[in-house]
Design a protein around this ligand. Sequence first.
Ligand code: SF4
Length: 195
Amino acid sequence: MAQSLDQLIKEIKGCTACKDLPLGPRPVLTGKASARIVLTGQAPGTKVHATGIPWDDPSGDRLRMWLDMEKDIFYNEEYLAVIPMGFCYPGKGERGDLPPRPLCAELWQDKLTAKLPNVKLKLLIGQYAIKYHLGKKRKKTLTETVKHWREYLEDGFIPLVHPSPRNIMWRRRNPWFEAEIVPQIRQEVWKVIGE
Ligand code: SF4
C-alpha cells in the first residue's frame, strides 16, 4: 500500500541523516494531505527546536501579521502545511543561524510534494526557499524577486522576504513591501483558503 502523508511525516520525524547537528535531529514540519497552502521557510531556530511548534517565534508573529491570520487558522494543518527547506535546527554561524542542510531538501522535498496534491500556493519565505523553487527564474536580487512576485503566481509560488527581526533594516529600506505587496499577497492567500 502507498505511503500516506502522515506516514511520510512520521518517517521524517525519525530521520537522523545529519549526525552532527549541534542540538541533534528534531525535525519540525506539519501538514495534512488536504492542505492548500505550503509555507516554506528556512529551518527552525532554537525556540522552535525547543517547542517543536513551527513559526512559534517573532518571525511567525510577523508572518501571521502579514497574512492577517490568527493562530487557529495558521496552525490548521488541513489548510496550511509547514515544510521548511531544512527540518532541524542547523546551528549558529558568524551571522546568525546557519543555512538549512541541503541534504534535507534532497531527501524529502520531492516526496512531500508528491503527497500534497491539493496545494495551490507555496509561500517561499526567504532566500533558500526562493533559490530552491525558482532556480534560474529568480531575479538578480531577492528584493527584485519579491518586487516581481506576481510573475511566479501562475506557477503557484509567492516569494517573500523572511519575516525575521534580523531583516528589520531591509524592511525599513523597502517600505513598499509591507505597504503595497503584503496586502496583495494576503488577498491571494485568503482567496485560496476560501475556495
Ligand atoms: S535536517 Fe533533515 S535530513 Fe538532516 S536530520 Fe533533520 S530531517 Fe534529517
